[in-house]
Design a protein around this ligand. Structure first.
Ligand SMILES: [Ca+2]
Length: 402
């Protein structure tokens, strides 16, 4: 596995001006089976002639690779700031609105803006200029795209890029080295204050996906910016067995502790499985969705060769993959194997050849692996686990999207 480190130096400037015509009139909206909303400028006035784009987030990378537009619907607001798109044939899409330097961007827009609702009201925000240079160890790239959006910047001969107006959000830059797009990165969100300079370290791997190394002490995985939510989560039986910390959202940061591996920096994830011994069906687990929770978005891991990670602790841990076929069962069908932890750090690679179905419905890993929801680590006894450097081997990010 070849790891390449890039450094992206960005400077962010606040821009205040916006040039779209504004007034303070309004109108009631008519709805169809698409999406409609009234759009306002940051000062509350009407955003006339703002450009509205509906973006296919599921097939973003594929569309870019094929040289097609990622924008599947385009509209403009009228003199009342209103827009309407009659029909959108996607279950998930991104919404991007720009009116000169005032912008608005939402991923998975259907979760925020109910289709056919006449109550939608969108207020643009003043955009941030994002500019800087990307330092790379290969030939000059051509363009820098922001994943899931229609924002892009030319990269000049000095490796300089510039976006005139971006919303306050976290973006995943994708650099095009000619064709096809070869690598994708995750970058920290822009700070929303005065001009600043930050250095972001970006890691790209040629034949694997770093799901998380926990160094950012965040319950989102590194796939968050690309695939949707992708949170680490905890689940236990309903009789009081808990994985600590109790709440991933309220308290998960306490599970990230500095690594104790000699000569290394960064953080690891520490989890304690605490089992209610009086309950007959005892378990606790933690895991990660690869994409958007509770959705129909499954990811193609048919080329995966294995899951690798570093771990230590105590007890027998079941490593399990949840697929679409498993989602249909009350107790999910999984493909799984077990590992034994000890008090010393070990490098584990769970090969797909080791995965066996925990069910007898006849669905093999080969049949299920093109629709994977995520994976988890389960224990039925009290135990502890420290984990780091979780990597899906044999696939790259674009494989997940196909
Ligand atoms: Ca780490």
């Amino acid at each position: 596995m070849k790891a390449i480190i890039y450094s992206l130096i960005t400077s962010v400037l606040l821009l205040g001006a916006f040039n779209c015509t504004s007034n303070v009139a309004g109108t009631a909206s008519e709805t169809t089976n698409g999406i409609s909303a009234k759009v306002s400028m940051p000062d509350g006035s009407v955003a006339k002639n703002a450009t509205v784009k509906i973006i296919d987030n599921k097939n973003w990378l594929r569309r870019k690779k094929e040289g097609n537009s990622v924008v599947i619907h385009r509209a403009h607001t009228d003199n009342s700031g209103f827009f309407n798109i009659d029909s959108i044939d996607l279950s998930h899409f991104n919404l991007q609105i720009i009116c000169t330097n005032s912008v608005h961007f939402v991923t998975n827009a259907q979760q925020v803006y109910e289709l056919n609702s006449d109550r939608n009201h969108i207020t643009l925000q003043e955009g941030l200029e994002l500019s800087g240079e990307i330092s790379i160890d290969t030939e000059n790239p051509g363009s820098l795209y922001l994943f899931g959006t229609d924002f892009s910047s030319h990269i000049d001969e000095h490796n300089h890029f510039s976006f005139p107006a971006l919303p306050h959000s976290q973006f995943t830059p994708v650099v095009e080295f000619g064709s096809p797009i070869q690598r994708s990165y995750t970058v920290a969100p822009p700070v929303q204050t005065d001009p600043y300079i930050t250095t972001v370290t970006i890691e790209s791997r040629s034949n694997s996906i770093l799901v998380d190394n926990f160094n950012d002490q965040s319950p989102t995985s590194f796939l968050h910016g690309i695939l949707g939510n992708s949170y680490w989560y905890v689940v236990s039986d309903d009789q009081g067995s808990m994985v600590l910390p109790e709440s991933i959202y309220d308290n998960f940061a306490t599970a990230f502790v500095p690594t104790d591996r000699a000569g290394e920096d960064g953080y690891i994830l520490d989890v304690e499985f605490s089992i209610n011994q009086d309950y007959f069906e005892r378990f606790a687990l933690f895991g990660v969705d690869l994409g958007i929770e509770n959705s129909s978005m499954y990811h193609n891991l048919s080329d995966m060769t294995g899951l690798s990670f570093r771990a230590k602790g105590s007890g027998i841990i079941t490593v399990q993959f949840i697929t679409k076929s498993g989602e249909t069962a009350t107790i999910p069908y999984t493909h799984e194997t077990t590992i034994e932890l000890n008090q010393e750090w070990s490098d584990f690679t769970v090969s797909v050849a080791e995965l066996f179905p925990n069910h007898e419905n006849g669905v093999t890993w080969q049949e299920a692996s093109h629709e994977v929801k995520g994976f988890s680590f389960l224990s039925t006894e009290n135990s502890e686990m420290s984990i780091d450097e979780v990597v899906v081997e044999g696939v790259v990010v674009s494989d997940l999207l196909e």
